[in-house]
Design a protein around this ligand. Structure first.
Ligand code: ARG
Ligand code: GLU
Length: 718
């Protein structure tokens, strides 16, 4: 009887996991179960249309945009679309106060008017090769971590040297499945990238931080660039003689009807996921680390927000910093809630029990993996306090108090002088200055001071005794914290000018003496040594042990549950994920539909509110309602839609493709309830958010008033 129940449980499990959708797959490995599932979801293409080394395929239209985003080619003249928030830095650098492209938008009327974006790059993946055997050649069971690492490093060096490349090809080797597999990527990097068109921020970032990570959504998060190449279509630095790049493949843009249940796939460069961690790790992240970090950020953000609302200049100065801190603050709150709401930790625990049960009957696996879960639990128990401390210190002092960041980096001046002498000191000084200048350009002494006091109080309340620096250990009352804060903020380094006055001296001994006397500097030094002596050594040592055990656990899971699909965790390499257009129910009685419409933009419209204001021209368009071919059968234009594609940061700008590989939208976010998909993908509530191709075309055509860019696209579906 027992046996029967056991088998039934296994059977149930197999059935359940076989349908657990999710995953980000290497495009060269779409076959078997994956290809079958894609077809069952509605894919109408053969796998080699998606990725091929011999023939042109969809992958030839997908690029990594910069380092953290994706872009795709949508015309045979190298026109590229990515997110507005991915082009943000480039648009900022092309803007001046008088000619602010965030406010006005920009639409180039000709090739000549396309604006070179300094620092932009676009990377194509030409070929992907599994080179696991060569990288792990010589590895033996029982090898120490450091011996294995140096063997791997040596092999990688050799492989890179031995591999024949075409001119312009760059090689990259990345570990997959926690180091159980290695792949070699042949890439080509283009460097002359120009802005072809962008809507104003009020449209591209409509809803801003309030709507960020939230469904329903109403922004057109896109910008258009063009890749330029030399006369042979190869990468080249900017030159007026360069020509629009001719791609091997460009995506047709579809304006066909879409409906819930339609197949979608998202092709791009997802950054990082940790899908195969033990329950104990997910519990630590969701219930210890995320709350610690989000508390800190929440405190800093509310202080910044108050000052930003009081003063327009402060608002501008802090806008980008605020957006960056707020983006992940909001994401981690959602992640922690989602993990708890979906019961991810207990589901992982059940999975681990099943893992232990299965290997009980297999003596060989019992020896290899029998104690892996309990070992993980012990390691994480030891690791958790150090991980909390590491994150508390980093978030408090390195990320949210700028004076501490500046002082902590300046501390290296001292060690450079002591260890490497005057010349190295001067070199370091010149490298330090631009970094510091940049920091001070977004710095306000009073705001920083208030954040400092609030975060010190938080740190004292929440930290273990042994991680509290001596100089603040005795502070009991708010008054004492205030006095200490006054002392720190009487620093000689209250502005860039003041910093520069000191650092510009040619008398290095004097410079160091000013630092040595400075209260802020000394406190930063104290934090540095707290981190170096009491946290980092333990944190790092335990992390090495955890990582090497995770590598074994990864392999073990694949052996013990062979019926399950295993996609490699995201690591900024090219992946494809698939799903369907699908609404969701985040909580009892609530159901979110999968499409938003332009009427919804108008519902949110709030004149004068920087997040929800709209340009006059847009309002005119909404009066006219001349939607042309971009309306769907409801008569209105769809703005955004959601689907069950498993995406993460880095997928920003990725194309959403239909069953035949046409561009139907651009990925730019995930829904609040599903941001935990980096740790645990739950198909019930994890959704990615895409801006609809029809809204994008409608805006390009009617808002920009120029049909030039539309004319070069291949538009299908109507
Ligand atoms: N949450 C999206 C992504 O990580 C969009 C971020 C940009 N938009 C914003 N309102 N801050 O990264
Ligand atoms: N906005 C994210 C990015 O910049 C993508 C959304 C996500 O994390 O899924 O990559």
């Amino acid at each position: 009887m027992k046996r029967l129940v056991f088998n039934l449980v296994i059977l149930l499990f197999v059935v359940l996991t076989a349908h657990s959708q999710g995953g980000m797959w290497l495009p060269n490995e779409i076959s078997g179960k994956i290809e079958k599932e894609m077809k069952s979801f509605g894919l109408k293409l053969k796998a080699e249309k998606i990725y091929s080394e011999k023939n042109n395929s969809i992958k030839d239209a997908i690029v990594q945009f910069g380092r953290g985003c994706t872009g795709e080619i949508i015309s045979d003249k190298g026109l590229l679309i990515t997110n507005h928030h991915c082009g943000y830095g480039a648009i900022q650098r092309l803007s001046t106060v008088e000619n602010n492209l965030f406010e006005k938008g920009y639409w180039a009327e000709s090739y000549e008017k396309e604006l070179p974006g300094k620092g932009l790059t676009v990377t194509f993946v030409e070929k992907i090769e599994d080179i696991t055997d060569r990288v792990l050649n010589g590895a033996m069971e029982g090898m120490s971590n450091s011996a294995l690492q140096s063997l791997v490093d040596k092999n990688i060096d050799r492989i890179k040297k031995e591999t024949k490349t075409d001119p312009f090809q760059v090689l990259e080797i990345s570990p997959f499945y926690n180091g159980n597999k290695y792949y070699l990527f042949y890439k080509k990097i283009y460097k002359d990238i120009r802005l072809a068109g962008t809507a104003p921020e009020s449209i591209g970032k409509f809803g801003a931080d309030t709507d960020n990570w939230v469904w329903p959504r109403h922004n057109a998060d896109f910008a258009l660039f063009r890749i330029y190449a030399d006369k042979d279509n190869n990468p080249a630095d900017y030159s007026p003689h360069n020509k629009p790049f001719i791609p091997k493949h460009s995506l047709p843009v579809s304006i066909a009807e879409k409906k819930e249940g339609d197949f979608t796939m998202v092709f791009g460069f997802p950054g990082r996921t940790s899908e195969y961690l033990p329950a104990v790790a997910v519990d630590m992240i969701a219930n210890k680390i995320d709350p610690a970090i989000t508390d800190i950020r929440g405190i800093a953000l509310s202080i910044m927000d108050r000052y930003m609302r009081e003063d327009a200049a402060t608002k501008l100065k802090y806008a980008s910093k605020y957006a960056g801190i707020a983006n992940f603050w909001k994401k981690w709150i959602g992640e922690s809630q989602g993990i708890n709401q979906s019961g991810a930790v207990s589901k992982k625990r059940e999975y681990e029990e099943e893992f232990i049960n299965r290997i009980k009957t297999n003596p060989d696996k019992q020896i290899k993996y029998g104690d892996i879960i309990s070992k993980m639990e012990r390691l994480y128990e030891e690791f958790t306090p150090y991980s909390i401390a590491e994150n508390m210190i980093d978030e408090t002092f390195a990320s949210n108090i700028d004076l501490m960041t500046i002082m902590s980096v300046s501390a290296r001046l001292k060690s450079v002088f002591e260890n490497n002498g005057e010349k190295a000191f001067n070199e370091f000084k010149s490298r330090l200055l631009p970094f510091v200048q940049n920091k001070y350009s977004e710095y306000n002494h009073d705001i920083d001071k208030e954040i400092f006091a609030a975060l010190i109080k938080n740190y004292l309340n929440k930290s273990e005794e042994k991680f509290i620096p001596e100089s603040i250990g005795g502070l009991k009352t708010d008054k004492e914290i205030e006095d200490f804060t006054d002392k720190i903020y009487s620093t000689a380094f209250s502005s860039f000018d003041n910093f520069k006055k000191v650092i510009d001296s040619t008398d290095s001994k004097w410079i160091l003496s000013v630092f040595d006397k400075d209260a802020a500097f000394n406190f930063a030094m104290e934090i540095n040594s707290l981190s170096d002596d009491k946290v980092a050594p333990y944190y790092n040592e335990l992390k090495v042990q955890i990582d090497s055990l995770q590598k074994i656990y990864m392999k073990a899971q694949m052996e013990v549950f062979p019926e399950k699909k295993y996609f490699p965790d995201a690591n900024s390499t090219l992946r494809i994920t698939y799903g369907q257009i699908n609404g969701y129910s985040p909580r009892d009685a609530v159901y979110y539909k999968p499409f938003t419409y332009v009427e919804g933009v108008m519902e949110k419209y709030k004149p004068g509110d920087y997040e929800f204001d709209l340009p006059a021209k847009y309002l005119e368009m909404m009066e006219k309602k001349d939607f042309g071919p971009y309306a769907d059968k409801t008569g209105s234009v769809p703005v955004c839609f959601i689907g069950t594609n498993h995406t993460t940061g880095g997928n920003s700008g990725s194309p959403a493709l239909d069953a035949r590989g046409n561009f139907i939208g651009i990925n730019f976010d995930r829904v609040w309830e599903g941001t935990m998909s980096d740790l645990y993908y739950d198909p019930k509530i994890c959704r990615n958010i895409m801006a609809d191709s029809r809204y994008i075309l409608y805006l390009i055509e009617q808002f920009s008033g120029s049909k030039r860019l539309i004319n070069e696209m291949k538009i299908v579906g109507k």
